[in-house]
Each structure stands twice: as structure tokens, then as C-alpha cells.
Design a protein around this ligand. Structure first.
Ligand SMILES: Nc1ncnc2c1ncn2[C@@H]1O[C@H](COP(=O)(O)OP(=O)(O)OP(=O)(O)O)[C@@H](O)[C@H]1O
Length: 241
């Protein structure tokens, strides 16, 4: 189980303190799929960065299966059982796709198994294995390779930041199937940051972050009305259909 307690992230801009994440607390149970959504600029990706250890929290605590991982850097968090797929995946010039998948799997992975991971996210696998993870890959290809690496081994909890971004509809459908399959096995907890209705519909619970705070957290039945109504503000619909 993941426990996030009173997490805050502050920056100083033009001499003024700005609270990007403001005292957020929530849990993710074992096997639970939590979808985080909300308006642009609400603080979702910052929350993901805090959980991954990319940005240092100003206050608060993060506990994974009873282990306080608040002070851990990204590598230690990965060792503690967190998996990540970034909104904008990093590129690694000089490394092949095959090597990247091997590394992220943390062990020996056959070529067939690597191919299967790539096929699962809609890539024509063998064509990609020897490609460099550099700027020659398109944004959508890079995004799917990144997601394949996150699927390459089991985690206690895996975080996906806008997995739908830049991905065509066919690949998106495959991705949704992958999430459903992993979720059904109920072994891993999953956090997905998303604006996509199909992903939001898969959630056990939905958390809406707005202005750095939790606007609402609850079941689909509780939170969907807020997303569908746009909260009474015509310019404030967060969900893509
Ligand atoms: N270092 C920083 N300095 C100033 N502002 C920042 C900093 N980091 C983040 N912000 C601001 O904090 C807010 C939250 O950003 P964040 O990327 O977390 O939003 P988001 O909910 O993921 O948005 P989107 O849906 O567009 O991806 C934004 O207004 C952003 O400009």
C-alpha cells in the first residue's frame, strides 16, 4: 500500500512562495487503480514527480508498504518497488531499445519476451529492437517504448503520467487492454494520470487535483458527475471522450 501524507511542494518565483502541491494526502491500496485527473496546471505531473523522487517535496511523507521512502532518490524508489512511465520519456543516445528493455526488466529477458512487450503496446516489435533510443524515434514510438519498459517487470506500484499523450487510437486501445489485464491480476497498485474517459472509467477510485489541492477523491459514482458537469464552469471540462 502507498500512503501519501501531507505532501507539499513549493517554489519561489519572483521572490514569492508558490504552492504547487498544497498539503495533499491519499492512499493507494494493494491492487488498486487510482486515476488522477483535473484541469491543466492543477499539479498532477508535479505530484507524479514527487512520488518518483524527481522533485523534492517541501513537506510531507511517502510510505510504500510500511517503508518510509520520502528521502529516497529515484533509483532507491525503483529498488523499493516503484515503477514509472514519464509524460515525456527521456531519450538515451547510444542505447538500443532492446538494451533499454533489458535494463528496466532488471534481469535476463529473451528476445521473444522483449518483442512481446513491444507488441503489447502496438509496436511492430522486431523492427524496433535494434533501434537507438534517440531522436530518430517519434514521440508516440518513444512513449510506447517507455510504457513497455514499465510493463517489463512487476512493481509494488507503477505510475503512468498521461500514457495516452501522442498515441494513435489503435495503440491506445491496446494500451487500455494492457492496463485492464494488469489491473485484473490485482497484484500491482497503479496510478494513472489521465484526461481520457476510457482510462478514467477503469479506475477503482478517481482523484481530482486542482490548484495543487485534492478537489475530490472517491469512486466513479462519486466523482464522475464532477467531471461530466465540469463543475459548473463551462471552460473547465477536464475529460477527453
Ligand atoms: N518550478 C516551477 N516554477 C513555477 N511554476 C511551476 C514550477 N513547476 C510547476 N509549476 C506550475 O505548477 C502548476 C502545476 O504544473 P503541473 O505540470 O504539475 O500540472 P498538470 O496538472 O500536470 O498539468 P497538465 O494537465 O497540463 O499536464 C503549473 O501551473 C506549472 O506552471
Amino acid at each position: 500500500m502507498l500512503q501519501v501524507k501531507n505532501l507539499s511542494y513549493e517554489v519561489v518565483e519572483n521572490g514569492q512562495k508558490l504552492k504547487i502541491i498544497d498539503d495533499i494526502s491519499f492512499d493507494v491500496a494493494d491492487g488498486e487503480l487510482l486515476v488522477i485527473t483535473g484541469p491543466n496546471g492543477g499539479g498532477k505531473s508535479t505530484m507524479a514527480s514527487l512520488l518518483m523522487g524527481i522533485k523534492p517535496q517541501t513537506a510531507g511523507q511517502i510510505i510504500l508498504d510500511g517503508e518510509d521512502i520520502t528521502g529516497y532518490d529515484i533509483d532507491h524508489r525503483a529498488k523499493a518497488g516503484l515503477g514509472f512511465a514519464f509524460q515525456q520519456p527521456p531519450r538515451f543516445k547510444g542505447m538500443t531499445v532492446k538494451h533499454l528493455i533489458q535494463l528496466s526488466s532488471g534481469g535476463e529477458l529473451s528476445e521473444d519476451a522483449s518483442c512481446q512487450l513491444l507488441s503489447n503496446v502496438g509496436l511492430c516489435a522486431r523492427e524496433y529492437l535494434d533501434r537507438q533510443v534517440d531522436s530518430s524515434l517519434s514521440g508516440g514510438e518513444m512513449k510506447r517504448i517507455e510504457i513497455a519498459t514499465a510493463f517489463s517487470k512487476p512493481h509494488k506500484l507503477c505510475i503512468f503520467d498521461e500514457p495516452e499523450a501522442g498515441i494513435d487510437l489503435w495503440s491506445f486501445s491496446m494500451l487500455v487492454q494492457q492496463f485492464e489485464e494488469i489491473h485484473k491480476k490485482k497484484k500491482e497498485s497503479i496510478i494513472i494520470i489521465s484526461h481520457q474517459e476510457r482510462i478514467i472509467q477503469m479506475a477503482d477510485r478517481i482523484m481530482v487535483i486542482r490548484d495543487g489541492r485534492v478537489q475530490q477523491i472517491g469512486t466513479k459514482e462519486e466523482v464522475m458527475p464532477l467531471l461530466l458537469e465540469g463543475d459548473g464552469d463551462a471552460g473547465c471540462k477536464y475529460m477527453k471522450h
